[in-house]
Design a protein around this ligand. Structure first.
Ligand code: ATR
Length: 293
């Protein structure tokens, strides 16, 4: 009998702009391993059945994306520390063919990208984080765990920033975190004191069929050469914020590294293999440039 192909997949709804399929299929083909990656559009009402299907069919692992990152938690057997702290799951692994373990690799993906792509460590750094959604939450928790000295979270809806700040302080004892309103004056005040500025909102992202979003949340004159400016948006790679940071001679980090390194963590857990990071990066950049042209 032929060897059974080991299945991997992604659960989301809708799945229109996920890069996962290209990322993992490129890696699987390059390494010549006996895995196959399949996107599954899973409606929210079908999530419990889909998760049981993972166990029943022995699917080795799945990525989890919007809108399932929180809803999947009660359906799993176990959570890792990061998933528990972030109260969100972006990766599921089937362990010993039985136990479904939920991980969150978004935060470690961001921090690994900081270390590998621009050689900076969050320890002891003052951070200005814009946004309080899913991506910002994973980043805020991980930066606190990794020893950032202070994190200011500003959000369009200030109550969400305050809530996130409280959540991080509760979960990571000793962390210094505050939340507030995303207003120009506040951005200026915190930017002045910050070592690292991170856009964790969707501002600057290109959406299909719409004119490019040229807005940025940080006025150019508030960016200084000592800043590291990061964006979670990866389409376009150089967002208006990163373009203006470059003009101001600041260091920049695009959102692509976070995507790749969170994927590399998942891939290692599912397959035991290292994701070929440079190859995957070239493929994703090519796909993004084709999509944008
Ligand atoms: P994700 O999971 O990608 O982080 P999300 O959870 O929907 O997505 O969060 C989107 C973030 O972008 C939120 O912080 C949102 O602010 P609100 O909480 O006020 O909605 C932020 N955001 C989206 N559009 C924005 C805009 N035009 N200006 C400022 N912030 C914006």
């Amino acid at each position: 009998m032929a060897e059974v192909v080991k299945a991997l997949g992604i659960f989301g709804y809708p799945l229109a702009h996920s890069m996962s399929h290209l990322m993992y299929s490129t890696a699987i083909k390059h390494l010549g391993i006996n895995f196959q990656f399949q996107p599954y559009e899973v409606k929210p009402e079908h999530l419990p059945a889909a998760v049981e299907g993972v166990r029943a069919m022995g699917i080795r692992g799945v990525c989890v994306t919007i809108p399932h990152k929180g809803a999947i938690i009660p359906l799993l057997d176990e959570l890792t520390e990061d998933a528990r702290l972030m109260r969100a799951v972006n990766v599921v692994c089937l362990e010993d063919g039985e136990r479904l373990v939920g991980h969150n690799t978004d935060g470690i993906g961001f921090v690994t990208s900081m270390r590998k792509d621009v050689g900076q460590d969050p320890k002891g750094k003052r951070i200005l984080l814009l946004g309080a959604g899913g991506a910002a939450k994973a980043i805020a928790v991980k930066l606190a765990v990794e020893g950032a000295s202070h994190i200011s979270i500003l959000n369009r809806t200030p109550s969400k920033a305050e809530e996130l700040a409280e959540h991080v302080k509760d979960q990571v004892p000793g962390s210094e975190v505050e939340g507030g309103a995303l207003e120009t004056e506040q951005v200026g005040r915190f930017a002045k004191e910050a070592d690292i500025i991170i856009n964790g909102t969707s501002v600057g992202m290109w959406k299909k069929g719409e004119p490019p979003d040229k807005s940025t949340l940080v006025p150019s004159e508030q960016i200084m050469p000592h800043h590291l400016v990061c964006d979670v948006v990866y389409n376009p790679l150089l967002t208006p914020l990163l373009c203006s940071a470059k003009r101001r001679k600041a260091k920049v980090l695009t959102g692509l590294g976070m995507i790749i390194y969170q994927g590399a963590e998942a891939f290692r857990r599912w397959t035991g293999c290292e994701l070929p990071v440079q190859l995957v990066r070239r493929r994703l950049i090519r796909a993004l440039s084709q999509a944008g042209s």
